[in-house]
Structures are given as C-alpha cells and as structure tokens.
Design a protein around this ligand. Structure first.
Ligand code: NDP
Ligand code: OXD
Length: 310
C-alpha cells in the first residue's frame, strides 16, 4: 500500500510526503520518482506530473490532483486510462479565491491602478467612480469557486451575472448557461472574472470576440488557467482601449518567462498563480480523508469527470 507523491519542486514533494506520513501511518508514502515497488502503488498525489510519470503503476486505484483543476493531470498523453481522478478542494481553497476575486474586482472598480500610477507622478486627481451597484460584474464558471465568488460580489453590491455549462440558480446572481447564454452574459459586463476549468470548450475563450462584447474600457481578471487567454488579443484590446486593465494570475507558461510582454504592460497586474493555493498542512488532511473514503466506498464527492474535463 504505497502512495506516490509528485510536485514540480522536490522540497514541496517532501513537505507533502511528511504531512501525509503523519496522517496515514499505515501507508508507505514515497516521492513518485523514488518509488521502490511500482506494483505496490495504489494512489498517486500529484501537481503537474511529468508525462508518463504514472505509467509504471499498474495497480492504481485513483489519482489525486493537488488542486481543483485536473487539466494538469489530463495533459499527460500517457496517462493510464479510466483511473478515477480526485480533486482536492475545500473551504480554505474557496475562501482564498473569494478574497482574491473581491480584492481585484474592487481594485478595478475603484480604479486603483490609475490612482497608484498617479502617486508615482505626485498627481492629485480625484477619480470619482460610480457605486458598485452600477458596475456589472460577470463570473465565468459557477462551480465551487465561481459560485462563492459571485455570491460574495453580489453581497458587496455589484449587479452580478454568472455563466456555466448547465443552468443554475444562485442568490443575487443572474445566471446564464451554455453557448446560447454567452452573449447576454457578456452584454453590459464591465468586470469579467474567469473561473472556468480548462477544457477543449473553454481554451482560448478570453479572446477578441469576447472582449468586444464587454462594455468598453472594462477589466479582465483571469484566475483560472493561462490557456483560457489569447495573449495577443488581450494586448491588442488593451492598446485599443476596449479593455482598460487586467489582472492575471495564470499563464500559458509558468513561471511567466521574463521576456513575456505582460510583465511590463502598465495595464496588467501579474500575480504568480497564488489566487488560491492549497497548502500541505490543510490539503494533506483533505487528501488523507478522500483516500480513506475512496478505499472504503470506491468513490468520493470530489471525483472529477475526466471525459468532461473537470
Ligand atoms: P468546478 O468544476 O467546481 O466548476 C466549474 C464551473 O465551470 C462549473 O460551473 C461548470 O458548469 C463551468 N463550466 C465548465 N465548462 C463550461 C463551459 N464549456 N461553458 C460554461 N461553463 C462551463 O471548478 P472550481 O470552481 O473548483 O475551479 C474552477 C477552476 O479554477 C479550476 O478548474 C482551476 O483551473 C482554477 N483554479 C485556479 C486557482 C488559482 O490559484 N489560480 C485555484 C483553484 C482553481 P456546470 O456547473 O454546468 O458544470
Ligand atoms: C488549482 C490551482 O487548480 O491551484 O487548485 O490552480
């Protein structure tokens, strides 16, 4: 009974191994690249595993994604087929994302990027913004994270619209769904927040066509995945003024290469994929609980649907 753990950084892998060993003393917990007996591995716990990392394990019962998204697991073209994938989610993850979204929506709403730039020029310009009640915010994705963020924004006072694949009802949020609802969702939206999973249907969804349907001068917050964004379309929309500013937490390549134009664009705020990270002390408890339940019942509530892609 071995659990193989893999994160891109060795020290992080060791940190998670240690936390899981404390919680699961009956299990052998090993870094994935140091596994002694591949046939004994029944679970892997991974964040961005290397291609083919899981092929040696012929007795896998489930793969645990150290995060809400499973795109980083599905990206492995040699992934063993039909092995269930368990997401790692929970109240900490949702709370952190709510904080990030509220912070950046309010930052754009209150024109903080312009005010901060003015400080550098010692410029006393009183920028008067409308109250939140007159600024429509759109949230793409109404799952664990999007629905919690949308409800919080509504409580702050914004008129909030949300968009998901299937129809939803959320307190204080006008909900749209599917490709048919996309146009109405975007129309009149001034601050667009992306909290979609990365799938074949959502890749590149933050593009010129989407930007052109927003209210001119609006803002984009992408806290989902880098490949949702067509980078060149964003730069063009910022140059033309169709988009006023953007906050980006996720990128096609992470860490964002230092030659990437986003770093130096004054209209873009870059954050290093920290909107909502699961830390080992909290996350290991969720992982241990999920593995225990999966062992007992063969399923868990946080099972992803690999065919759907999230
Ligand atoms: P969920 O799976 O709980 O929710 C996904 C939502 O997206 C659902 O509402 C779903 O619709 C909707 N959706 C999926 N496909 C489409 C589509 N084609 N059109 C319209 N709506 C669609 O995900 P989470 O809320 O837990 O997480 C969302 C994403 O956030 C993760 O996949 C991850 O990429 C990202 N993330 C980023 C973090 C960061 O730190 N930057 C931290 C954690 C997550 P329906 O409800 O109908 O199924
Ligand atoms: C996640 C993330 O998917 O941190 O949980 O990006």
């Amino acid at each position: 009974m071995t659990i193989a753990v893999s994160l891109p950084a060795e020290d992080k892998t060791e940190w998670w191994c240690q936390m899981l060993r404390d919680l699961m003393p009956d299990w052998k917990i090993e870094p994935l690249d140091k596994v002694e007996d591949p046939d004994a591995v029944t679970y892997t716990v991974v964040w961005r595993p290397a291609t083919g990392a899981m092929t040696p394990f012929s007795n896998l019962k489930a793969i645990v994604s150290l995060g809400a998204g499973i795109d980083h697991v599905l990206a492995d073209k040699q992934l063993p087929q039909d092995v269930p994938i368990i997401r790692t989610v929970g109240t900490d993850l949702t709370q952190r994302m709510k904080e990030y979204v509220a912070l950046h929506v309010l930052r754009h709403h209150r024109e903080m990027p312009a005010i901060e730039a003015n400080q550098g020029r010692k410029l006393w310009e009183q920028i008067i913004v409308p109250p939140a009640t007159q600024r429509r915010v759109g949230v793409m994705g109404l799952g664990n994270l999007g629905s919690a963020a949308a409800e919080l924004l509504s409580q702050i006072g914004f008129p909030v619209v949300g968009w998901s694949r299937s129809p939803k009802e959320l307190q204080g949020v006008q909900c749209y769904s599917g490709p048919d609802g996309f146009k109405s969702f975007l129309e009149g939206t001034e601050i667009l927040v992306c909290l979609l999973p990365l799938t074949d249907s959502t890749r590149g969804i933050l593009n010129a066509d989407t930007f052109n349907q927003l209210k001119r001068g609006g803002s984009i917050i992408n806290a989902a995945r880098g490949p949702h964004m067509v980078d060149s379309d964003l730069i063009e929309a910022l140059n033309s003024g169709q988009i006023g500013a953007a906050t980006l937490d996720v990128f096609h390549v992470e860490p964002l290469p230092d030659t990437h134009p986003f770093w130096s664009n004054p209209k873009i705020t870059v954050t290093p994929h920290i909107a909502s990270m699961i830390d080992a002390p909290t996350g290991s408890k969720i992982v241990a609980k999920n593995i225990r339940i999966f062992e007992e019942t063969g399923t868990v509530p946080d099972l992803a649907d690999a065919k759907r892609g999230y």
